[in-house]
Design a protein around this ligand. Structure first.
Ligand SMILES: [Zn+2]
Length: 124
């Protein structure tokens, strides 16, 4: 079998691998964050529950909010990576959604979920 190289675009296999790696990493992160949040919630159940007047409770509430925000970000990233995999399948992975131009391979490998080219990203 002859290996084919599509000139000027990211090979589907390479793109799928890079998205898969990013997904696995983000999934690990999301799992760790969910566990951390559950631990904070479980620990806070032994508290007085008076977040406003108990400085310890306020710290716990702050930590929980931070972990929750990071978890939401990880879930958004996973959704974006899922969309990226669909774009690979549809053959439009390296097409900028804004200008229709090509997205550089380096950029796609560094930011597997990106949907816009560097020029459009800088114009934002
Ligand atoms: Zn563009």
């Amino acid at each position: 079998m002859i290996a084919r190289r599509i000139v000027g675009s990211v090979e589907k296999r390479v793109a799928a691998e890079s998205i898969g790696r990013a997904r696995a990493e983000t999934e690990r992160l999301a799992t760790a964050l969910a566990r951390q949040r559950d631990d904070i919630v479980a620990a806070s159940q032994f508290d007085s529950g008076d977040d406003e007047h108990d400085p310890e409770g306020a710290t716990i509430a702050f930590e929980r909010a931070q972990v929750q925000a990071l978890l939401r970000q990880a879930q958004d990233d996973l959704a974006a990576l899922g969309k990226a995999a669909e774009r690979v399948g549809a053959g439009v992975y390296e097409v900028c959604e804004r200008c229709g131009g090509p997205i550089a391979e380096d950029r796609l490998l560094a930011l597997p979920a990106t949907r816009i080219c560097i020029a459009c990203a800088n114009r934002r």
